[in-house]
Design a protein around this ligand. Structure first.
Ligand code: XMP
Length: 524
């Protein structure tokens, strides 16, 4: 858990949807930031070196709720600058004797902010700017010891600051600077982190890489390390880092071919790893076991469970066989830690499990001090930049996400080798077309889905029943929401014609025009 001793801004998480974005934006300003549970006790915060300031996040709660979330009061008296965002500001005002009410002004969406006077928080920012708001409660009266420094076009208090120049400054803003719809949002967070808190811009991926390499060397010594490779960005970047830190013969890379991968995927993963200097790459061909286990299963959750359970078993056996008691590395990211509720953030969601090694094995190696998670403090975009610096091919870095259960969640109904082969052929044509048309990088995720229905068609003079495939292409920032990619009609028609010409079993191609919500990205 201990982080590098560099200047740090802590973000206390009270459950706001965009809490993670606050830390990401501060890091983009070059200042290290991390998210901690909103109610973390002062003693635990004191364990972090070089904390320069504290941000209180938004929350779905109201300050008037019973059990409304709150930071440790001692933390607010520790002499550090504080910035409260949305609920964070309301908490500070309520605590200080101001009035926060639900009946005053609620704002959802865009609102103009108008400043009244100067504030270091808004240095270099115009007197009015566009912001993004999302609040039911609002500050009706500012607490004693603070002054209002900005209002919204609808009359809400948009920003406050403490007036006692002798004490560490406290700021509050009603809008969300972390959201891209807020103009100058990064500048505001940067002003807070650097000018107000005095944090130095010490967060960059070159120094991260040097520290990570040194840490791996110090932890591992001459012991072997085994890493499960999924073919995705995270595990590939860990492989590149291990291969930079250690002699190749210490690094054992394992890849399970479940038979649910895309065309040529296993070969491409192999080539990428060799390109990074790997010498021990073990491909475990488990396709037959997966097809056998999936036979007859049609219910989506049953399919996922079968795949998850078998994956865990195959991985565990492969890891034990390859390296019975060495180090185990995995590509856990900061968001994975948060989602699994491991010590950070207020909310625990479901961990993405399939790319991670079986929990008992992880627990076993962690308890023995043999677990390496060198990316555990990084966000995805930081991992991509680190990967670039480590020489991971651009094609891997820009790869669309691919779900752990693979093609199985894109074959509706029973999964068989034949149906996987068919979908692989369609998917390969689709992705190849997107690449050759220069569309791949404009789309966040694209894939084909094989439907469990057949539809009538004509070939020559005869009528026949053919398979139906759906094409999906979405654009998304975080997969919480996703927009349909707006293809030119001609492109879709040409792609469809190529699919039906080259995969004769397919009689019909449809394009999925549903955004998320209400649809999900995957069909199962
Ligand atoms: P949904 O379908 O939930 O997908 O809108 C959002 C993102 O999550 C991916 N996804 C998964 N990834 N295991 C994974 O590793 C899974 O079971 C899984 N289900 C969905 C999906 O591909 C998309 O990127």
């Amino acid at each position: 858990m201990p982080e590098p001793a560099i200047d740090t801004i802590l973000v206390l998480d009270f459950g706001g949807q965009t809490c993670q974005l606050i830390a990401r934006r501060i890091r983009e300003c070059g200042v290290y930031s991390r998210v901690l549970p909103g109610d973390i006790p002062l003693a635990e915060v004191d364990a972090f070196d070089q904390v320069r300031g504290i941000v209180l996040s938004g929350s779905p709660a109201s300050v008037h709720d019973a059990g409304a979330p709150a930071p440790d009061p001692d933390l607010l008296c520790r002499g550090l600058p504080v910035l409260g965002i949305c609920y964070g500001m309301q908490h500070m005002m309520h605590r200080g004797g101001g009035v926060v009410s639900a009946t005053h002004v609620s704002e959802y969406g865009r609102a103009r902010v108008e400043r009244v006077g100067e504030s270091p928080l808004f240095a270099g920012i115009p007197a009015t700017f566009r912001s993004w708001m999302s609040h039911g409660d609002a500050v009706e009266r500012v607490a004693d010891g603070y002054r209002r420094v900005a209002g919204s076009e609808y009359g809400a208090v948009a920003a406050v600051e403490s007036v006692d120049a002798a004490a560490p400054p406290v700021y509050g803003i009603q809008f969300h600077p972390e959201v891209s719809h807020t103009e100058y949002g990064s500048r505001i967070l940067g002003n807070f982190a650097t000018a107000i808190c005095g944090a130095r811009r010490q967060w960059d991926l070159t120094s991260f890489e040097q520290r990570a390499v040194a840490k791996v060397r110090a932890a591992v010594g001459a012991e072997p390390v085994v890493l499960m490779i999924s073919g995705g960005v995270d595990s590939t970047v860990v492989a590149a880092l291990l291969l930079k830190a250690l002699p190749a013969d210490q690094v054992h890379l394992l890849y399970v071919d479940t038979g649910l991968m895309r065309l040529q995927e296993t070969e491409e993963v192999h080539a990428t790893l060799h390109g990074l200097g790997a010498s021990h790459v073990q491909v475990v061909d488990a396709a037959d076991r997966f097809y056998a286990a999936l036979a007859g299963a049609t219910e989506p959750e049953t399919k996922r469970r079968i795949i998850g359970d078998l994956f865990i078993e195959v991985q565990r056996d492969a890891v034990r066989q390859e390296c019975s008691d060495g180090f185990l590395a995995q590509g856990t990211l900061y968001t994975d830690l948060i989602e699994s509720g491991r010590g950070v953030g207020a909310k625990a969601h479901v961990i993405k499990s399939h790319h991670n090694v079986a929990a008992p094995l992880i627990a076993e190696r962690r308890d023995a001090g043999l677990l390496l998670e060198p990316l555990a403090s990084l966000y995805k975009d930081e991992v991509r930049r680190l990967g670039e610096a480590l020489g991971v091919p651009a094609k891997v870095i820009a790869r669309h996400p691919f779900p752990g259960p693979g093609l199985a969640v894109r074959i509706l109904g029973e999964v068989t080798r034949e149906r996987c082969d068919l979908l692989r052929a369609v998917d390969a044509i689709y992705l190849q077309e997107l690449r050759s048309r220069g569309l791949y990088d404009q789309i966040t995720q694209a894939f084909a889905v094989l439907l469990p229905v057949r539809s009538v068609g004509v070939t020559g003079d005869s009528r026949r029943y053919g398979e139906v495939v759906a094409l999906r292409a979405v654009v998304s920032d975080d997969f919480m929401t996703a927009e349909v990619f707006p293809f030119e009609t001609a492109a879709l028609l040409e792609i469809s014609a190529r699919i039906t010409n080259e995969v004769p079993a397919v009689g019909r191609v449809v394009y999925d025009v549903s955004s998320k919500p209400p649809a999900t990205v995957e069909w199962e």
